[in-house]
Design a protein around this ligand. Structure first.
Ligand code: MN
Length: 287
């Protein structure tokens, strides 16, 4: 059975947060996983990481880690110094997560976020080639620290390198590390893929992590994402991995700005109660 989790930023306006209260909250609601911010975890002291790990263990919560790399750490950049900084940052994240027993670091870890194709450019191949070369290097740290790097396929309005699952399959094939896999997200698949189920089947054994959310980033159950098709596709590829919902309802702060939440989708809703309902809904989809 898949473990089901939720991303902490559902409840926050800023990316940096104290994850301890969220461990208790998601455990009380009934989730198996709390997805945290890999950047925040990498900046913690070893003692803070130990404390987070032991709290999560005490509540029976698994931790996963997510990040969109800031521009200064873009591993696809034409600038070698920037790529070098980005590789170091990924290595630091792998070591930090490794200290906590290892696990999954996913997101836009192959370039930076949010990012358009630079003005005047129309060929993304040099960006992909640089990213693949950087990722090959960073992957060694993942392998040494029991970490899986999952490259997230996102829509064209947020990034330009990996917009479809087919592009990600080609990318992880070129990197060629068992510790570099694919993160698919139903919100992004809905925008870019012909058929969501087919995209999941195309990922197959390379699917390392799954984000779920509605077409409007509401909690699963509120929109028109084809959940029955998704459940069938996941069963077809025998996906036993983690499934993490990533709803964003609140405008405001850096989270609201980056996610482009320009209207309050939470009006009249109790966020904890909605998370509970979405969890029950997904247990039905994934059964
Ligand atoms: Mn996502």
């Amino acid at each position: 059975m898949n473990k089901i989790g939720i991303y902490y930023a559902y409840w926050t306006h800023e990316w940096d947060a104290d994850f301890h209260p969220f461990i208790d909250k998601v455990a009380d609601i009934g989730f198996d996983i709390l997805e945290t911010n890999a950047g925040t975890v990498a900046r913690m002291t070893a003692e803070e990481r130990r404390s987070l790990r032991s709290h999560a263990d005490a509540r029976g919560i698994a931790l996963t880690y997510c990040i969109g790399l800031p521009h200064e750490f873009d591993i696809a950049s034409p600038d070698a110094t920037t790529r070098r900084k980005g590789i170091s940052y990924l290595v630091q994240m792998a070591k930090s997560v490794g200290e906590m027993g290892g696990g999954k670091v996913g997101g836009i870890i192959y370039s930076s976020w949010p990012m358009n194709m630079p003005k005047g450019e129309s060929d993304k191949r040099p960006y992909l080639e640089r990213s693949i070369a950087s990722m090959k290097e960073a992957a060694k740290a993942a392998e040494d620290n029991n970490v899986i790097f999952n490259v997230e396929v996102v829509n064209r309005f947020e990034q330009f390198l990996l917009n479809t699952c087919a592009e990600a399959v080609s990318y992880v094939g070129a990197v060629g590390s068992p510790n570099v896999k694919i993160l698919l997200d139903t919100f992004h698949l809905n925008i870019e893929e012909d058929f969501v189920g087919e995209a999941i089947i195309r990922a197959g054994d390379s699917l390392g992590h799954l984000h779920i959310g509605e077409n409007n980033r509401m909690p699963p159950g509120y929109g028109h994402i084809p959940w029955t098709e998704i459940g069938a596709a996941l069963r077809q590829i025998h996906y036993t991995g983690d499934v993490v919902m990533e709803p964003f309802l609140m405008p405001g702060g850096q989270v609201g700005a980056d996610i482009k939440v320009y209207r309050d989708l939470s009006v009249g809703l109790d966020l904890d109660e909605e998370a509970r309902k979405a969890l029950l809904f997904m247990r039905g989809v994934l059964k």
